[in-house]
Design a protein around this ligand. Structure first.
Ligand code: AMP
Ligand code: GLY
Length: 422
C-alpha cells in the first residue's frame, strides 16, 4: 500500500513513522511535510487546502490511501475530492467535519444525541456582550466561533479579561461564543470511526496552557501523555458508549456519516464526562504519544476505516508502559513566534527505544535546521511507566539547543504525583 500523508506538523511526523513500521505499507509520501518528515518519507509541495492539488498529487504518486492530518482541508472538502477521484481517503467529508468546523452544528448534534456539553450562546453585536457575560461566569469561557487552532479561547475568572477578549474578537468581525465552564480534568479520546463502528485508541491528556502549573495563555498544546492512570476503565468505556457512539449514530442519521478520526475532548466532572469539543482529526500533541505505544499496523487500521471495513479489524494492540510528548516552542509562542534560529541536537536516528524527536515548525536553510513556526519540535519519551517516560523525554530535550525556546517541565507530572482524581 502506498500512502500519502497531508500536513506538516509533529502529528504528521508521528503518522509517517507509524506507517513506516507497517509491513503492508510499501511507500510513504508527505506533503507539504517538514525537515524532519523528509528524513522518513519523500516530501512533496502541495496546497493542502486544494482538493484538486491533493488529488493530482495522489494520482501522480499512485497513492492507494491519502491520510489528511489537519482540520482545515477536511472542513474544506479535500477528502470528498480525493474520494470522488476514486482514491481511498482517511478523513471525513466536509459535511461530517462540521463537527469541528461549526460549533453550532456540533452543539446541535450533541443535543440530538443526548450528550452532555457546555451551555453556550453566540454574541455577534458588541452592544449585547455585557448582558451576555452577566449570564455566564465566573469562570468565563470566551471563544472565537470558528476554527482558531485552540488559541482563540480565553478561560478566566477575570471579567475584564473575558470582556476584552470578546470585544477584540467582535472588532475583528468574529462572532463570540460564550460557554458555561466545565470543571474537572480533561481527557482526549481518539476514536477511529466508520459510520457506526467506533474503535477507541488510548485516552490521553493535553496541556493547553503555555506555562508550568497551567498558567499563561492557551496554546495549540504544549505536551501530552498516555495512558491516564487516574481514569477509571468504566469512565473510558462510558465516553465511548455514552458520547462517541451516540454522536457517530446521529451523524449517520443526518446523512453525514463520519469516516476517519473523531476526537472527543472532555472534562470529567462530578456528574461524569462532558464534551468540551469534538475535532475531526488526530489531535496534536496527543497523537505523538498515543502512536508511540501502538503495536498494531497503523496503515491497516487507517485503510480499514477509509474503506468501510473497520468492523472486521482486530482491536488495536498497545505496548505496556507510557509515553509523554513535550513540545519545544519558539520564543514568544503562542504570540507571534520568533523564527529562523538554528536548532542543534535534534538529530534523530529513529533507532532509540526511549525517545524520539519529531518536527513541527522546522526548515532546512543552507543545510542547517532552523525554526519556522511556534511549536518547533515534539520530543516523545517512552518508558515502563509515566515517570520513566517523562524522564526519557526531558533527558532528550536537555540536548537540544534553540535560542529563546521554551517548554513545560511538568507534562504528566500531576498524574505521576497522583494529584488528579475523578
Ligand atoms: P477549544 O479550542 O474549544 O479546544 O478550547 C481550548 C481549551 O480551552 C480546552 O482544551 C479547555 O482547556 C478550555 N476550554 C474550552 N471550553 C471550555 C469549557 N466550556 N469549560 C472549561 N474549559 C474549556
Ligand atoms: N490537542 C488539541 C488539538 O489537537 O486540538
Amino acid at each position: 500500500m502506498r500512502v500519502l500523508v497531508i500536513g506538516s506538523g509533529a502529528r504528521e511526523h508521528a503518522l509517517v513513522l507509524a506507517l513506516r513500521k507497517d509491513p503492508s505499507v510499501t511507500a510513504v509520501y508527505a506533503a507539504p511535510g517538514n525537515a524532519g518528515i523528509a528524513q522518513h518519507a519523500q516530501v512533496r509541495a502541495v496546497d493542502p487546502s486544494s482538493g484538486a492539488a491533493v488529488t493530482a498529487l495522489a494520482r501522480e504518486l499512485d497513492a492507494d490511501l491519502v491520510v489528511i492530518g489537519p482540520e482545515v482541508p477536511l472542513v474544506l472538502g479535500v477528502a470528498d475530492a480525493v474520494r470522488a477521484a476514486g482514491i481511498s481517503c482517511f478523513g471525513p467529508s466536509a459535511a461530517a467535519a462540521r463537527i469541528e468546523g461549526s460549533k453550532a452544528f456540533a452543539k446541535d448534534v450533541m443535543t440530538a444525541a443526548g450528550v452532555r456539553t457546555a451551555h453556550s450562546e453566540v454574541v455577534d453585536n458588541p452592544a449585547d456582550l455585557d448582558a451576555a457575560l452577566d449570564r455566564f461566569g465566573p469562570t468565563w469561557v470566551v471563544k472565537d466561533d470558528g476554527l482558531a487552532a485552540g488559541k482563540g479561547v480565553v478561560v478566566t475568572a477575570d471579567r475584564l479579561a473575558a470582556r476584552d477578549h470578546g470585544a477584540e474578537l467582535l472588532e475583528q468581525g468574529h462572532p463570540v461564543l460564550l460557554e458555561s465552564f466545565l470543571d474537572g480534568p480533561e481527557v482526549s479520546l481518539f476514536c477511529l470511526v466508520d459510520g457506526e463502528t467506533v474503535v477507541p485508541l488510548l485516552p490521553a491528556q493535553d496541556h493547553k496552557r503555555v506555562g508550568d502549573g497551567d498558567t499563561g495563555p492557551n496554546t495549540g498544546g504544549m505536551g501530552a501523555y498516555t495512558p491516564l492512570p487516574w481514569l477509571p476503565a468504566e469512565t473510558a468505556r462510558a465516553i465511548v458508549e455514552d458520547v462517541v457512539r451516540p454522536v457517530a449514530a446521529e451523524l449517520v442519521r443526518r446523512g453525514s456519516a463520519f469516516s476517519g478520526l473523531l476526537y472527543a475532548g472532555l472534562a470529567i466532572g462530578q456528574d461524569g464526562p462532558a464534551v468540551i469539543e469534538f475535532n475531526c482529526r488526530f489531535g496534536d500533541p496527543e497523537t505523538q504519544a498515543v502512536l508511540a505505544l501502538l503495536e498494531s499496523p497503523l496503515g491497516e487500521l487507517l485503510a480499514a476505516t477509509a474503506n468501510g471495513t473497520l468492523d472486521q479489524v482486530e482491536a488495536p494492540r498497545w505496548r505496556d508502559g507510557a509515553a509523554v510528548t513535550v513540545v519545544v516552542a519558539a520564543e514568544n509562542y503562542p504570540g507571534r513566534p520568533r523564527v529562523g534560529d538554528v536548532i542543534s541536537g535534534a538529530e534523530d536516528s529513529g533507532k532509540s527505544d526511549t525517545a524520539a524527536v519529531l518536527h513541527a515548525g522546522t526548515q532546512l536553510r543552507d543545510g542547517q535546521l532552523v525554526s519556522a513556526g511556534g511549536r518547533v519540535l515534539s520530543v516523545v519519551g517512552v518508558g515502563a511507566d509515566l515517570a520513566e517516560a517523562r524522564a526519557n523525554a526531558y533527558a532528550r530535550i536537555a540536548g537540544i539547543k534553540l535560542t529563546g525556546s521554551h517548554f513545560r517541565t511538568d507534562i504528566g507530572l500531576a498524574a505521576v504525583e497522583s494529584r488528579i482524581s475523578v
